[in-house]
Write a protein that binds this ligand. Sequence first.
Ligand SMILES: *Cc1c(COP(=O)(O)O)cnc(C)c1O
Length: 380
Amino acid sequence: MAYKEIIQFIQEKFKSKDFIPLHAPVFTGNERKYVLDTLDSTFVSSVGAYVDLAEKMMAEICQSQKAIAVVNGTSGLQIALQLAGVQRGEEVITQALTFVATANAIYYNGAQPVFLDVDYDTMGLSPNSVSDFLVEFGEKRESGTYNKKTGKRISACVPMHTFGFPVHLDELVEVCNSWNIPVVEDAAESLGSYYKGKHTGSFGHLGVFSFNGNKIVTSGGGGMIVTNNEAFGKKGKHLTTTAKVPHPYEFFHDEVGYNFRMPNLNAALICGQLEQLDSFLANKRELANSYADFFESKKMIFRKELENTRVNYWLMAVELENLEARNAFLKETNDSGMMTRPIWQLMYRLPMYKDCYRDGQKNAEFLEERIVNIPSSVRF
Ligand SMILES: *Cc1c(COP(=O)(O)O)cnc(C)c1O
């Protein structure tokens, strides 16, 4: 029982010797009232005021011009990439250390992910890896940057803010701008995370959030695209609502659109949740601070926010010394009813992405063997 003291500490924190989840949602505000309101009004589906309200709230939180509510974060990413101009047969730069949805959204657009290494400190896409790759393979042409080796256009770059830790955004945006490659931030995990005082998701051409049940706030299922580009905002709304041309009764759709609109029922739930975001963030910060003190006293690495960033502490992370220690930690904690999880397996270990290009992946492989998430719920 090498990790007995840790288990005891977490059990005391959560005042429970039973099952302790990784991240449980809490519904303590107006959620019930707003959801019942949609039932009473019968507007549970594609018409209703909560969708507009949720979009307004998210645009304000992210200081973005436009927010588009969608059925989930994955679909949001798919559409954001289409808006950024990604087409069939092209390449999109991203990290291998991510949740599978990032790579899937690229694949849905008929493009191929190019997996570049993360930084050790942020656990997210490294501006240096991107720069090195583009210097070696990039060629600027009139219609964009091409991969000299494959002849394919490199049409977007998708950094992901792992567990809410912002990537080095200034440097990354600068590299991508210098190569005319649009940035689409996978901000699914980073609602409430800031980089130099500015909300994540608002640095790229587009940013995408998820409101899945395990995220910091949830709509059951749902997501949001944010952008400061008015044309993207308009087109995004159009594409996610079957590309229907507005008319009092006629059905005319001017392109192949998607039914990706968030239902009003889910929007009602997220409005109730977003009202409490600040208090959720404060609770999580309090928990993170006590974890930080505890793990420091045990001479263990608890992942803390970097300078110039404010992290939402969505899922809190500990770095074990090696793979054996990680495996022992996972076994011991899960055996005692405490939910802990390893970071994801790298995307090129999955059968569908095994042949995609990847660089050295030194940091990604190091982190893959060592990072685990520990119980991080808002309420403890
Ligand atoms: C949760 C998540 C998504 C997808 O969100 P869904 O709403 O579940 O579709 C995408 N990327 C990352 C990194 C995520 O963690």
